[in-house]
Ligand binder design. Structure first.
Ligand code: SAM
Ligand code: SF4
Length: 359
């Protein structure tokens, strides 16, 4: 029984020619938030099947021909950078499954943002990192987040439905050795699943010179099985860690999604991304581009701004295409609501799962 209702996405088509406003300043929304971060989903495919993200079987994959090409991604990214975006985070699905991933990083890293070269980051399950990391770094990758929810092989197998913990651990070791810093590890905390792994995960992160961030589980699984009563809250995470370490808040969070605490005075820190119980919507500076060319202004949005007619419409001058992409970015930002409203009685879970939105 789904704990929340599901909403089909409303797709907003491009505005008519002439109704766009190229280079009309930064991407500020009607609530005063200036957007600096574009999350680019490169694929909805993945080498794992994490229970909080994807079903074991029966997932409806995006059609191959609907996946943005490298040229299309670069075109959107260039317009976004001209409009004030300073960070591209590559995600998915599993971004390292993309065959042209090195070229994606190289082409995006060559784009100049408002403050110089764009900051290129990636969120990955880590499995393919050992083979690809030197080329990724050479291509311009600057930062990595790797996901790891447990250190116990049997648990990992149950949680991800794949027996690949050793591969993930090799990936994290490669990331730690690469020198890319800060290295962040993401763990989704789940009641009765890994809530007794929290201290071990923090110690593991410390041993790899990485920052662990716990994420509250969000209603974004394809199967729509999320249940608020089963998620582990920020308070519970802090209680568990507080029994082992003295936690002191790190000031100066800015627009970062994670609140951070030092452990026993530091230098190691731990973060919590409390998207459900203490959302950071007021400081959110993120936009998302799905692998099939939809702009989204929130993980939980039920409206998507469709770039495909612009990217594949085949009409208009190159200048007009850039204008139209810019116009869609601005329409998407203008349409952003003040918050995600998970707690409202009428909250509708987006139809897409996290793997198809881009986490
Ligand atoms: N496959 C890559 C990975 O797992 O890191 C990148 C994509 S994944 C969708 C990005 C992040 O979203 C991961 O850290 C994952 O744990 C998190 N995530 C996925 N589903 C989630 C959910 N329902 N609630 C909270 N976090 C979720
Ligand atoms: Fe794959 Fe990441 Fe989703 Fe896990 S969270 S199934 S690794 S996309």
């Amino acid at each position: 029984m789904p704990a929340v209702s599901v909403a089909l996405a409303r797709r907003v088509p491009p505005p008519p020619d002439g109704a766009t406003g190229r280079l009309a300043g930064v991407l500020a929304d009607t609530h005063g938030r200036v957007h600096r971060d574009l999350r680019i989903s490169l694929t909805d495919r993945c080498s794992l099947r994490c229970t909080y993200c994807m079903p074991e079987q029966g997932n409806e994959w995006l059609a191959r021909q609907s996946i943005l090409t490298l040229d299309e991604i670069e075109e959107v990214a260039r317009v976004a950078a001209a409009a004030g975006i300073t960070t591209f985070r590559l995600t998915g699905g599993e971004p390292l499954l993309r065959r042209d991933i090195i070229d994606v990083v190289r082409r995006l890293a060559a784009i100049q943002g408002p403050d110089g070269p764009i900051d290129i980051a990636m969120t990955t399950n880590g499995i393919a990192l050992p083979g690809l990391l030197p080329a990724l770094v050479d291509a311009g990758l600057r930062r990595l987040n790797v996901s790891l929810d447990t250190l116990r092989p049997d648990r990992f197998r149950e949680l991800t439905r794949r027996d690949r913990l050793d591969d993930v651990l090799r990936g994290i070791a490669a990331a730690a050795a690469s020198g890319l810093r800060p290295l962040k590890l993401n763990a989704v905390a789940m009641r009765g699943v890994n809530d007794d792994d929290l201290v071990d995960l923090v110690e593991f992160a410390g041993a790899h010179d990485a920052q662990l961030r716990f994420i509250e589980q969000m209603p974004l699984d394809v199967g729509h099985t999320w249940d608020r009563a089963r998620m582990v809250t920020r308070e519970e995470i802090l209680d568990a860690l507080g029994r082992r370490w003295t936690l002191a808040p790190v000031p100066g969070r800015g627009g970062a999604p994670a609140e951070r605490w030092t452990l026993d005075g530091g230098p190691q820190t731990v973060g919590v991304i409390a998207s459900v119980t203490a959302p950071f919507c007021g400081a959110c500076d993120r936009l998302r581009l799905t692998a099939d060319g939809q702009l989204r202004n929130c993980l939980f949005s039920t409206t998507e701004y469709d770039l495909m007619p612009i990217l594949r419409g085949g009409s208009g001058s190159p200048r007009a295409r850039l204008d139209a992409i810019d116009g869609m970015l601005r329409a998407c930002v203008r349409g952003k609501l003040p918050g995600h409203a998970i707690d409202d009685p009428g909250f509708l879970q987006p139809q897409r799962g996290m793997n198809a939105i881009g986490g």
